[in-house]
Design a protein around this ligand. Structure first.
Ligand code: ARG
Length: 696
């Protein structure tokens, strides 16, 4: 221990210190410290370290280092406010004859505050996330020759492992689970059987109940609820409470004020680390596109840690940058999760250049091995027998199936349900790379469709988008390309039907995807003048109008199909009429709430998905008009590189759809009827400039 002669709250390096600068009473602190000292002296031998002026947190000797047997791993404090304590603690350890191990510079580790031995000595629990770096854990394993289990801290109030976690004698564990991420909780539950886990409530946690000193059956702490005392008593422990409120103001209590220097070594046990490291390489406009930030965020948010080994900065606007980053994760599972996200961002796993993708056979129809790689919209390649093979049928949320054909190896995206026994599916994350096209700032600014890509447009910008879309539509039509529209019934309700019909008539649309409703209401409007019973000219509900759409369904059913209704001269105008006239394919996917349905509606959803996918092949652009479900379905089937324009009055829908992380998708929050009318106007302007000028 270290007496509090110079103790004070002088600075803020944890949330407890906030608002407490110079608010603790030295006298009371001294008194509380002495009480603790006397209690502990009764149960153990207590040595003292000489306090140093100017290092107020030195009382918290738990942070001096981590001792096991004759070895000490000296702390490397994260904050400069405490770094000056290091030489004093080091001198003390050396003086006592310990072998002092020092971590590399810039690799923070805060001693026994963040590393707690199982009280049976079976392994070391090591925390990371705030003060200690995950990469310090392999050093602990090596120097102390012990298994290290890494736990990730998530709540900044519990910034050191010993603030929320306390191994007790007999394999018991006192802890506060919400302070850890779910992976860590699972690890704890795997190592500590349920009857040995003593979970505490938040109220005890904020009283630092886990920051307890355990000597045999005695547990010394600041304060415990009756419930907690009872629980500990039934496990055979006796709680001694001693107020340490003055130290709580600095974010510490009983355990922080002590360092155990007589930890027994179990010689039969040896080092083992679950921590894995890999080196990845990222290339492209890393800064301009924010790719490097996103990649590093992915690592940290998923529970890993990183070290940038090398960053070559592209100095010209057009030149790309390259970074090599060492990524560490507390386990192979977490590493897989991180790497698959990094691969999606275009990273390559470096040593992987020499490794093939791992394959696992499908043993049950429609079921892949657990750790199958889930595909994205980005072009992907897998390494098979030393060769990079491009994956066919790229779409998101599939598995990659590899087959050997007479013409060589073939890899393709397959939906789970399409997996056949004998297919080889790519698992794990090695031997996989995705190709992300990252444009330079310059290119991005001149490229069509780019100016809106940063986010969802505001009302004022609708016209700008309309201009862009009109231009694109004309280009695609003139080049014989393919534009696909997905539309919901709102297109009809908002009066957009005639404009969409117009676009089809003029050859701007090559296929229509929707559900039962768009067709029903389009036909209702063209046969009866209402949409869902509302008169489209006057905008008022028609008496008995709610029956209209059923009459319409009945009529089409009598004809046999929409196409037959057109042939029989029953249906003479509208969106579906134009589709039939122009001979462009349409697919209507059914749903549970459909009335009728129309004979054309595909109620077998697997077939409907297949029809959609077939129609979508080779699309250049997709206009998504107020239909969340059909549009999301379409988005999932579409590889990167296809331009997508999503129009919806609900910003949430637009955000969801345009947030594919690909430069080609843009969102417009506006009334879809209005959008279509502006679009038709703009196209007319492009076609008949003279006429338009006269009209204006
Ligand atoms: N003020 C000190 C800090 O933030 C408190 C240290 C508490 N020690 C501990 N082992 N939890 O570093």
């Amino acid at each position: 221990m270290c007496s509090p002669d110079h103790y004070d709250v002088d600075y803020v390096i944890n949330p407890w210190m906030e608002g407490n600068i110079h608010k603790s009473s030295r006298d009371r602190a001294v008194e509380q410290w002495h009480q603790l000292f006397h209690i502990l002296k009764h149960h153990a031998v207590v040595d003292l370290v000489k306090p140093q002026l100017g290092w107020p947190d030195m009382v918290f000797t738990a942070n001096a280092g981590l001792v096991l047997g004759n070895n000490v791993v000296l702390s490397r404090f994260l904050h400069k406010e405490r770094q000056g304590e290091e030489p004093h603690f080091k001198a003390w350890f050396e003086d006592k004859g310990y072998t002092v191990q020092e971590l590399p510079k810039d690799l923070p580790f805060e001693g026994a505050g963040d590393a707690l031995l199982d009280r049976e000595g079976r392994w070391l629990w090591a925390g990371y996330g705030f003060r200690s770096e995950l990469d310090s854990h392999p050093y602990l394993a090596k120097w102390l020759d012990i298994e290290v289990l890494s736990l990730r801290l998530m709540d900044e109030r519990f910034y050191h492992l010993d603030t929320c976690f306390c191994p007790l004698k007999g394999g018991y564990l006192l802890y506060y689970p919400p302070a850890f991420d779910s992976y860590s909780n699972r690890l704890i539950e795997m190592r500590v059987p349920p009857e040995k886990r003593i979970v505490i409530a938040e109220a005890d946690a904020v009283n630092f109940a886990c920051n307890a000193v355990n000597i045999d059956e005695v547990v010394v702490m600041n304060q415990a609820s009756e419930a907690l005392k009872g629980r500990l008593a039934s496990a055979g422990f006796r709680v001694i409470e001693t107020p340490l409120t003055e130290f709580l103001k600095a974010g510490g209590a009983a355990k922080c004020l002590t360092l155990r220097v007589t930890e027994p070594v179990r010689t039969e046990l040896h080092a083992n680390v679950l921590v894995e490291s890999r080196t990845i390489r990222l290339e492209g406009h890393l800064l301009d596109t924010g790719l490097i930030n996103r990649a590093l965020d992915v690592v940290v948010e998923s529970g890993g840690s990183f070290q940038v080994l090398n960053f070559q900065l592209g100095e010209q606007r057009q030149s790309t940058s390259a970074a090599e980053v060492k990524v560490s994760a507390p386990s192979h599972d977490v590493m897989e999760g991180i790497l698959s996200q990094l691969i999606d961002l275009g990273a390559v796993d470096l040593p992987q250049d020499e490794r093939d993708a791992k394959l696992e056979p499908v043993l049950q129809v429609g079921v892949a091995a657990d750790d199958f790689y889930v595909t994205t919209i980005y072009p992907t390649e897998v390494r098979i027998n030393g060769e990079w093979v491009k994956v066919q049928n790229q779409r998101m949320d599939g598995a990659i199936a590899v087959t050997h054909t007479p013409n060589g190896v073939m890899a393709r995206c397959k939906l789970l349900r399409d997996l056949a026994v004998g297919d080889q599916v790519v698992v794990d994350v090695q031997g996989i790379r995705t190709i992300r096209k990252t444009e330079a700032r310059e290119q991005r600014n001149t490229q069509e469709f780019s100016f809106m890509s940063a986010g969802v447009s505001s009302e004022r910008r609708v016209e700008l988008v309309v201009e862009q879309v009109a231009w694109e539509l004309r280009q695609i039509r003139d080049q014989g390309g393919k534009v696909i529209v997905t539309a919901g019934p709102v297109v009809i309700h908002t009066g957009g039907g005639e404009h969409l019909a117009n676009l089809i008539r003029q050859g701007y649309v090559q296929a229509l995807l929707g559900g039962n409703a768009i067709a029903v209401h389009d036909i209702e409007q063209n046969l009866m003048g209402t949409s869902l019973g509302v008169d489209m000219k006057r905008g008022v509900a028609v008496r008995g109008g709610h029956r209209h759409h059923l009459k319409v369904i009945n009529t089409i059913r009598r004809c046999g199909s929409i196409a037959q209704a057109v042939e029989q001269d029953v249906l003479k105008s509208g969106v579906l009429y134009e589709c039939v006239r122009a001979g462009i394919p349409f697919s209507l996917a059914g749903s549970i709430r459909d009335d009728g349905p129309l004979p054309d509606t595909q109620m077998d959803l697997i077939k409907a998905q297949q029809e959609y996918a077939h129609i979508l092949e080779g699309a250049d652009m997709i206009l998504m008009l107020s239909s969340m479900l059909h549009s999301i379905g379409v988005g999932n089937m579409t590889p990167a590189g296809v331009k997508m324009v999503c129009v919806d009055i609900n910003p949430a829908v637009v955000t969801k759809l345009s947030d594919r992380g690909s430069v080609e998708s843009i969102g417009v929050v506006t009334d879809v009827g209005l959008f279509l009318s502006l679009l038709v106007q703009q196209l007319d302007k492009l076609t008949h400039p003279y006429l338009m000028a006269q009209m204006l």
